[in-house]
Design a protein around this ligand. Structure first.
Ligand SMILES: [Ca+2]
Ligand SMILES: [Ca+2]
Length: 193
């Protein structure tokens, strides 16, 4: 393998993108609800429980999300009963990212899209395929975030100013934050080198 090829390969690693790394470490802290320095799949499933009340999600919707999360995070290394620290978390997401980008490039459904679809169905309380600011606010409150940030998220994701976020927009913006840090950075006005 020549040097140029090596460099290109190295550059593609998500782990080497400081913006991605920081975002994912913040996400880790957010997921590590009991603050013990580890995340587990059990903790992830626990974290989504408030959605049932805040978004009036049916048990079917909840089960679908739990199942999609189990597959997605399973590939990151979060198997039942296994504790994952920050380093393992980043390494696993980096590895999954490579596979997900391959699936995306081949036009195959990503594991991430299964999670995003299930999440969309939960946030979309009245099942009309549109996420309003109120529905997004409920989701944020269920996740322990400030529901007033719903407006900011609407402004970022609702590009055509329709007054709602579509399924495609949610999936795209979520996938982007996980596996296309360069796109996200550009959207946020951060210069990509
Ligand atoms: Ca924990
Ligand atoms: Ca709706």
């Amino acid at each position: 393998m020549n040097v140029i090829r090596l460099l290109t390969k190295k550059k593609k690693k998500l782990k080497n993108n400081p913006y991605w790394k920081q975002t994912m470490l913040e996400y880790f802290s957010f997921l590590d609800n009991d603050r013990d320095g580890y995340v587990t799949i059990e903790e992830m499933i626990d974290n989504i429980k408030p959605l049932q009340d805040y978004c009036l999600a049916t048990p079917t919707k909840m089960d679908r999300l739990a199942a999609a999360l189990t597959v997605f995070w399973g590939e990151v290394g979060l198997k039942p009963g296994r504790k994952v620290n920050k380093r393992m978390f980043l390494r696993g997401l980096n590895k999954l990212g490579r596979k997900e980008l391959e699936r995306e490039a081949r036009g195959r459904p990503t594991l991430h899209s299964a999670v995003a679809h299930a999440l969309f169905d939960i946030i979309d309380q009245n099942n009309n395929n549109q996420l309003t600011e109120i529905e997004i606010g409920n989701w944020m409150a269920a996740s322990g975030l400030n529901p007033t940030d719903a407006r900011r998220m609407m402004e970022e994701a609702d590009k055509k100013k329709k007054g709602y976020i579509s399924r495609e927009e949610l999936i795209e913006s979520e996938f982007c934050s996980f596996f296309h840090p360069e796109k996200c950075m550009r959207q946020l006005g951060i210069r990509v080198v």
